[in-house]
Design a protein around this ligand. Structure first.
Ligand code: FES
Ligand code: FES
Length: 166
């Protein structure tokens, strides 16, 4: 089937099997390998992307379901290729990652949270990432990263802008 995927502001016409997941379409048809495949059955959150602003598990959606919806992957977090967005930079600064496998999903979950709540409590942050498994960090530094990103967003004075939340 021919499907139109709008990813990170760019429309891509792709040929997919009806059973192809959004995760596989992003990685194999769009070449966007930043979205990671972990469990591939909805448990780990490594494959999290935004679809029409909501954080979803791309391993649990079919690509054809997303025809003409707005998809954002971790590649869409950076202002330019080779640069880091504010949330990614906060993860680096607080050592919010080790192996990095969960990180794209964590960054997307953080973005989804901060777009709705620019002053999250630690409880809000933990709840927002509760569907994302990290084997390495013990979560403390991830919470710190998202807290720092929220502070930077507020200080940037454009906290509600989707651009600012990158
Ligand atoms: S790969 Fe989708 S939830 Fe684990
Ligand atoms: S940094 Fe390794 S799984 Fe989270």
């Amino acid at each position: 089937m021919r499907t139109s995927l709008r990813v990170n502001g760019r429309t891509r016409e792709v040929e997919v099997e009806p059973r192809m997941t959004l995760l596989d379409a992003l990685r194999d048809k769009c070449g966007l390998k930043g979205t990671h495949a972990g469990c591939e059955h909805g448990v780990c959150g490594a494959c999290t992307v935004l679809v029409d602003g909501e954080a979803v598990r791309s391993c649990l959606m079919f690509a054809v379901q997303c025809d003409d919806m707005e998809i954002t992957t971790v590649e869409g977090m950076a202002p330019e290729e080779g640069e880091l967005g504010m949330i990614q930079d906060s993860f680096c600064e607080t050592h919010g990652l080790q192996c990095g496998y969960c990180t794209p999903g964590m960054v997307i979950a953080a973005r989804a949270l901060l777009e709705k709540n620019d002053e999250p409590t630690d409880h809000d942050i933990r709840e927002a990432i509760s569907g994302n498994i990290c084997r390495c960090t013990g979560y403390g530094q991830i919470v710190e990263a998202i807290r720092l990103a929220a502070k930077r967003l507020r200080e940037s004075n454009v906290a509600r802008s989707p651009e600012a939340a990158r």
